[in-house]
Write a protein that binds this ligand. Structure first.
Ligand SMILES: [Zn+2]
Length: 224
């Protein structure tokens, strides 16, 4: 495919992965509003270096291999100064990489742009559906470099992912003063009862190292 590559605030932006190979929903893309309000149009894109460090075409067979994609996104986001120390990746259960996300809160001035939220947005754009559980789609899993915060855990329910795996634990984020918000044991119980599986601490040492790297480099702790 010949994806358009545009120049954005981070330089060259990533190509939209695999979009041409994925089916659009019946009726095509949602129609855009014929008239825009005075509110600004919000545009979200991943930085272009992602295409330099991620192999979109291979199969990711196991949890550690999949987690390393999320960890690579997190680590490179720190090293390249394009956002916070968090990365996420969404795979189908066959091991195909659907989309990735990195934390873009500070560069895009948007408190919602945690890596998991960005990954959900990108994956849903790639499959052409507001849910990754749409008819005809395989099951999807979220891999994230750190235990989800309250916002991202809430978004899990509506994203359509059926399994969530993380690397660093909440206490690792706390240790550099990131606040993960009101996440309770009952939050997990609620989601588990609705069919979502969770697993934490996969390659935890590598996830924790990314957080420490960000701290050592004096990265902004935007919610402290
Ligand atoms: Zn979050």
């Amino acid at each position: 495919m010949s994806a358009a590559v545009e120049t954005g605030p981070h330089g060259t932006m990533t190509q939209v992965p695999r979009l041409a190979q994925l089916p659009l929903p019946a009726g095509g893309p949602a129609p855009y509003f014929p008239r825009m309000s005075r509110m600004p149009e919000v545009s979200i894109a991943c930085p272009g270096w992602i295409d330099d460090v991620i192999d979109w075409d291979r199969t990711y067979a196991d949890d550690e291999t999949r987690m390393r994609v999320a960890l690579t996104c997190a680590r490179e986001n720190v090293l390249r100064d394009t956002g916070g120390p968090f990365g996420a990746a969404i795979f189908d259960t066959g091991g195909s990489l659907v989309a990735v996300g990195v934390n873009l809160v500070v560069p895009l001035r948007n408190s919602s742009l945690h890596a998991e939220i960005v990954a959900f947005m990108m994956a849903q754009a790639c499959v052409g559906s507001y849910t990754l559980q749409a008819d005809g789609l395989p099951a999807h899993e979220l891999f994230t470099s750190c235990e989800p915060c309250a916002m991202c855990l809430g978004a899990v329910q509506w994203s359509g992912v059926q399994r969530v795996v993380w690397s660093a634990l909440r206490e690792d984020a706390d240790s550099i003063n990131f606040d993960e918000g009101p996440v309770f044991a009952a939050s997990y119980e609620y989601l588990r009862a609705r069919g979502t599986a969770f697993e934490g601490g996969v390659l935890r040492g590598e996830g924790r190292a990314v957080l420490q790297l960000y701290d050592e480099r004096g990265g902004t702790i935007y919610n402290a």
